[in-house]
Design a protein around this ligand. Structure first.
Ligand code: SAM
Length: 235
């Protein structure tokens, strides 16, 4: 089972987002565990404050080290230091998330996601607890909650048992370095567009060959960078 522990100021946002559909089912079936730990519950400030002005001036507020560290420590106290060793800070300054990272992380027993808000988090606590800094792309969001949800979703669906047979992740985009081929469902003709004849032929070898060709064409056209990497790996 993979345990996701999400350190956040907005636990309800994360829990509502992750507890539906396929992931909700995976939680119920015991394939994954998801908890949101409210950083605000750990502040020692009597007014419940978790942020303050940055030293040196500048716009916005910064999340302070103490509540973040104590919220993290509460996970260590419950699950032990070894299980609480992988702490991922969601930040636009991190390494860009990709399918390969999702595959690697799906093998862990526990992942702790640290979500920043406002201008971010005091650097000193990041230095102490964070093992990985990950970005979901070159743009700036208001908080790390959506990125944590994006990562949890991509990782969870690779945990054995989460997807049922019919939802297999094997043929999906990126799994073999290519984008997926186009797909069609009923009816055979819609808006005068016909489903490619070969998909109705019942010849599995021909269907596989067509899909392979389409995946190559599509990747070459839409993601020449991926196509080049794929070609390099072939030779
Ligand atoms: N001041 C920070 C900077 O310039 O790098 C940006 C802070 S951002 C407004 C607030 C929080 O949102 C960050 O601490 C981070 O947790 C999250 N965040 C924003 N964009 C993100 C992205 N592209 N990937 C991952 N996390 C992001």
């Amino acid at each position: 089972m993979l345990h996701f522990h999400i350190l956040t100021l907005f636990p309800e946002m994360v829990m509502q987002g992750l507890n539906t559909s396929i992931l909700g089912r995976a939680v119920k079936n015991g394939h994954i565990f998801i908890e949101a730990v409210n950083i605000r519950d750990y502040t020692l400030d009597k007014h419940g404050k978790v942020d303050d002005y940055p030293y040196g001036g500048g716009a916005g507020m910064l999340m302070q080290a103490q509540p973040v560290f104590d919220a993290y420590q509460s996970i260590v106290d419950r699950v032990g230091r070894e299980r609480a060793s992988r702490v991922i800070y969601l930040t636009p300054q991190g390494k860009t998330f990709c399918q390969e990272m999702a595959q690697e992380m799906a093998g862990e027993s526990d992942l702790i996601f640290l979500c920043g808000h406002y201008e971010g988090i005091d650097e000193r606590v990041l230095e102490e607890i964070v093992t990985d800094e990950v970005s979901i792309g070159d743009y700036v969001l208001t908080g790390g909650e959506l990125p944590a949800m994006v990562m949890a979703d991509a990782i969870a669906r690779l945990v054995p048992g989460v997807l049922h047979n019919g939802e297999s992740s094997q043929t999906e985009s990126f799994e073999d370095g290519l984008l997926e081929y186009p797909q069609y469902s009923r009816p055979e003709i819609w808006h005068e567009k016909r489903v490619p004849e070969i998909l109705l032929s019942g010849d599995h070898a021909k269907v596989d060959a067509w899909r392979r060709e389409q995946a190559l064409l599509r990747t070459k056209e839409r993601r020449p960078d991926l196509y080049e990497k794929y070609r390099e790996r072939q030779f």
